[in-house]
Design a protein around this ligand. Structure first.
Ligand code: GLU
Length: 283
């Protein structure tokens, strides 16, 4: 298959130096491999996505000299595909409805008999309160938080899970069953306010766009374990993954969307050139 990679920003704030690094790394790699570089707008969180931020993404990328192969995939136009994948998982009996609030979860994990609250890729690991509370027959319950029963899912897969890492930690990364259960937990697959989730959407879209290599920050390496599990459940091909180091500020803190001073737009306004940005991010 032809080499294809992508950059998948969420239009919820300005792109900063870290995004520039990720986008340029992927763009340059696609060029070197004579492959395709695609753009995906990850705007499923409509409470935070803004058309203005999306416009800035295009401006910033154009200014940096990053160009992509059209069409752009906008996730908010793709909900049907996510619903289909959710039904698939539901029909396998692997999802359950969860009506815990954030507070319920915090209180449950702080009960003395539960021990120290463990952190997974999505924050506190879900203690399983609703796992056997609601029947799983019938069709997908509408407007509900749906979680993956991870133990059941891994039993269903019953195969060794792994992916190839092409980044700094080059090699084969195996995803052990027991370890996955203890360090990931029953993650949310569909959020009641979105009808989907980041993990589900990204896996469906990477497959639909025939992505052969996912290049993204090392902060998402933990999420990759979830994505490989979802690929196995949905019978989708696992791409190779490259998790790059994060661009940090002078104090060593990773850059955040609210960090306006390091936004590409701010550098642009201050008269920096794309070459200056490349020097700043070490490319
Ligand atoms: N939309 C995610 C972000 O902006 C990136 C997701 C990905 O690359 O898989 O952080």
């Amino acid at each position: 298959m032809n080499y294809t990679t992508r950059f998948a920003p969420s239009p919820t704030g300005p792109l900063h130096l870290g995004h520039a690094y990720s986008a340029l790394l992927s763009f340059n790699r696609a060029k070197k491999k004579e492959g395709a570089f695609l753009l995906r707008i990850e705007d499923i969180d409509q409470s935070r996505a803004r058309a203005g931020w999306e416009a800035t993404i295009y401006e910033d990328l154009n200014w940096l000299g990053v160009s992509w192969v059209n069409p752009i995939l906008r996730q908010s136009n793709n909900l049907k595909n996510y619903t289909k994948a959710i039904s698939q998982l539901w029909n396998l009996g692997l999802l359950y409805k969860c009506d815990c609030s954030r507070r319920d979860i915090t209180e449950a994990v702080q009960a003395p008999q539960e021990g120290y609250p463990l952190q997974g890729p999505d924050g506190v690991i879900y203690p399983g309160t609703c796992r056997n509370k609601h029947p799983r027959q019938g069709s997908v319950p509408p407007i509900a938080n749906l979680r993956l029963d991870l133990k059941k899912a891994l039993d269903w897969i019953d195969d060794p899970l792994y992916y190839e890492e092409t980044g700094q930690a080059f090699g084969t990364v195996t995803i052990g069953n027991t370890q996955s259960i203890n360090t990931i937990g029953d993650i949310v697959i569909a959020r009641r306010d979105m009808g989907t989730s980041y993990h589900l959407s990204v896996v469906v879209d990477d497959a639909a766009q025939n992505i052969t290599e996912v290049i993204r920050g090392e902060d998402l390496a933990d999420a990759t374990r979830i994505h490989v599990i979802l690929q196995a459940l949905l019978n989708l091909k696992t791409p190779v993954y490259h998790h790059h180091h994060l661009i940090r500020d002078a104090t060593g803190k990773r850059l955040a969307k609210r960090d306006d001073a390091r936004s590409i737009a701010t550098y642009r306004v201050k008269g920096a050139t794309p070459a200056d940005i490349k020097v700043l991010i070490g490319l």
